[in-house]
Design a protein around this ligand. Structure first.
Ligand SMILES: [Zn+2]
Length: 115
């Protein structure tokens, strides 16, 4: 009797990583926006009331604004605490600094000087 070495080849299965789409059109995001709209909040950028009967693309219509920028904080894109109501035109103006808001976002980093 001879001992035969059986080499086993384990065919590794690569599991496809589920990349959850975090886009503006996801169901979760739409829910957050619908919830925001239902609160009837004033514009967080100019402080004036929003006419929620106006529809996009009316410049005074409701728009959801990311307090922390959409691109810099991808993990906060669908965080309800990171979204507030604005006029479409205010949102597009992109000041990002609410004039009257209970939670004024502070800049996270001090701008450092380049020597
Ligand atoms: Zn506004």
């Amino acid at each position: 009797m001879r001992a035969s070495t059986v080499s086993e080849f384990s065919g590794g299965k690569l599991e496809a990583t589920m990349a959850a789409p975090t886009t503006r059109s996801s169901r979760r995001y739409r829910n957050i926006v619908a919830n925001l709209r239902a609160q009837g909040r004033p514009c967080c950028l100019c402080g004036e009331l929003i006419d929620y009967s106006l529809r996009y693309p009316h410049k005074r219509s409701f728009s959801a604004h990311h307090l922390k920028s959409f691109s810099a904080y991808p993990e906060l894109r669908e965080d309800p605490a990171n979204l507030d109501a604005t006029h479409l035109e205010c949102n597009k103006a992109g000041t990002g600094v609410p004039s009257r808001s209970p939670f004024t976002p502070r800049p996270l980093g001090q701008p450092s000087r380049n020597w």
